[in-house]
Design a binder for this molecule. Structure first.
Ligand code: FAD
Ligand code: NAI
Length: 463
């Protein structure tokens, strides 16, 4: 055995690298195994960060071509330099992954480069070399779910990874799956000029979203030119040099039809990634969806082996993985690490953005919880008008008896930033009145949050 550690973490995504840093801060001798050439996992390399870079760049292009004239800013001959846009995205990714490498050095976390395999409790093998450790953390993340009959080649039929790398704007992009990835990357390529059709199995997009928000969101995306084929499934794809021919069928059965695409983006969800980890040999139990089973303290059924992030149950979000990484490091240090799963925001970074936290109206109804609802549209917010971004509204759901905030949903400009106020309020167990009585700067988008909180008690001021 070449070296011993207090903890070896397998996977350096937001779950693993944050767990490594926190464990090192708490005085542990830490190693993190990563097989990718750079640290940061899916999120920094092929997920959150490159997608947000392209969303920002494509939004800038769209603003220049569609929105500046209204502000009296006249630009002519706006052209797209996609190669530069992609190069900038690469620079953003590179700065972020190097940042994690710097943090590892600063905190004296050892990066074990290569593929990690669990040889048993307390033993991890990395590319043939065995290391000893008191604790093992599985943080191996997730991968794209495949679809029978739709073979990914990352050129004509792509996952999000290929969808972030296209070197030409497709004439017609067909997205299979109207979830987070489909709508974000669909928006990128739509803004850059592609015709975009989203084929979704259900009768609505982003299944986890509050339906009232979702319906308005779909209308807004529709106005931006994204076409939706809801309640429809894809049953096959045939590629040729001219493009891809998809076979579509109604979700509930019926006559099929074909749809031609230049590029197809397959985005029907992600699944836990545990290949080559040696889970069976180590006796680590997984659930019916291949996720590593853990208890409330991230412990698997094998003593000394833990798991966090996308590879376990719960929303597949970077900040959820990070919170789990911190909580587990603190538990390993004998502290009371904890994640509040009731207060994890979810944000779709389209324009407008959609942000939600806590319960939807549908969930409250299903649980038989009595609630009051307060809503406020951005059309009545002075700052949104000044910006020229009045699409959407804020919706706050509060307990009918106690007024405690149970859920909040925002469709609108910078919703992903605005939701943080409500996350903080919910962490403190705030009532809608607490938010309503808090002084908010004027003119700010946050005033729409305050007004929605006032509206819970039927006393919004500006509508
Ligand atoms: P990952 O980030 O998947 O990291 C796991 C790492 O483990 C990988 O680097 C992998 O190479 C490594 N690994 C696996 N097996 C081994 C092994 N045996 N040995 C060594 N290394 C191994 N979430 C958000 O919250 N916000 C967003 O805006 C967002 N945007 C996204 C956009 C896209 C296109 C995608 C695909 C995802 C996005 N996500 C977003 C989801 C987010 O990326 C994941 O929730 C997050 O990365 C999960 O972190 P993780 O640490 O659990 O796993
Ligand atoms: P998703 O779960 O968000 O959406 C998948 C969609 O595909 C669903 O609407 C589902 O009903 C539909 N679907 C499933 N099977 C289908 C089929 N056969 N035909 C047509 N539609 C089908 O998954 P997605 O978009 O792939 O993203 C994976 C995960 O990555 C997300 O759930 C999220 O956790 C994370 N992510 C987060 C982002 C963010 O936080 N902004 C951005 C991108 C990804």
């Amino acid at each position: 055995m070449s070296e011993n550690f207090d903890v070896i973490i397998i996977g350096a995504g937001p779950g693993g690298y944050v767990c490594a840093i926190r464990a090192a801060q708490l005085g542990m001798k830490v190693a993190c195994v990563e097989k990718r050439a750079t640290l940061g996992g899916t999120c920094l390399n092929v997920g959150c960060i490159p997608s947000k870079a392209l969303l920002q760049s494509s939004e800038n292009f769209h603003t220049a071509t569609h929105a500046l004239a209204e502000h009296g800013v006249v630009v002519s001959d706006v052209t797209l330099d996609l190669a530069r846009m992609q190069a900038r995205k690469g620079e953003v990714v590179s700065a972020n992954v190097k940042g994690v490498e710097f943090l590892f050095k600063k905190n004296k976390v050892t990066w074990l480069k290569g593929e990690g395999r669990i040889a048993g409790a307390g033993r991890v093998v990395v590319d043939g070399t065995e290391y000893g450790t008191k604790n093992i953390v599985i943080a191996t993340g997730s991968e794209s779910v495949p679809l029978a009959g739709v073979a990914v080649d990352e050129k004509q039929i792509v996952t999000s990874t290929g969808g972030l790398e296209l070197d030409a704007v497709p004439g017609h992009l067909v997205v299979i799956g109207g979830g987070y990835i489909g709508l974000e990357l669909g928006s990128v390529w739509r803004r850059l000029g592609a015709e975009v059709t989203v084929v979704e199995f259900l009768d609505h997009t982003v299944p986890t979203m509050d339906r009232e928000i979702g319906r308005q969101f779909e209308r807004i995306l529709g106005k931006q030119g994204i076409k939706f084929r809801l309640s429809t499934k894809v049953t096959g794809a045939v590629t040729s040099p001219d493009g891809v021919t998809l076979t579509l069928e109604p979700a509930k059965g019926g006559a099929g039809e074909t749809l031609k695409a230049d590029v197809v983006l397959l985005a029907i969800g992600r699944r836990a990634y545990t290949a080559a980890l040696g889970l069976d040999a180590a006796g680590v139990a997984t659930d019916e969806r291949g996720r590593v089973r853990t208890d409330a303290h991230f412990a698997t059924n094998v003593a000394g082996i833990y798991a966090i992030g996308d590879v376990i149950a719960g929303p597949m979000l970077a900040h959820k993985a990070e919170e789990e990484g911190v909580a587990l490091a603190e538990i390993l240090a004998g502290q009371a690490g904890h994640v509040n799963y009731d207060v994890i925001p979810g944000v779709v970074y389209t324009w407008p953005e959609v942000a939600s936290i806590g319960q939807t109206e549908e969930q409250l109804k299903a649980a038989g919880i009595a609630y009051n609802v307060g809503k406020f549209p951005f059309t009545a917010n002075g700052r949104a008008r000044a910006m020229g971004d009045t699409d959407g509204f804020v919706k706050i759901l509060a307990d009918k008896t106690t007024d405690r905030i149970l859920g909040a949903h925002i469709l609108g400009p910078d919703a992903g930033t605005l939701i943080a106020e409500l996350a903080t309020a919910m962490e403190f167990g705030a009532s809608a009145e607490d938010v309503a009585r808090t002084c908010h700067a004027h003119p700010s988008l946050n005033e729409a949050v305050k007004e929605a909180a006032l509206a819970v008690a039927g006393r919004a001021l500006h509508i």
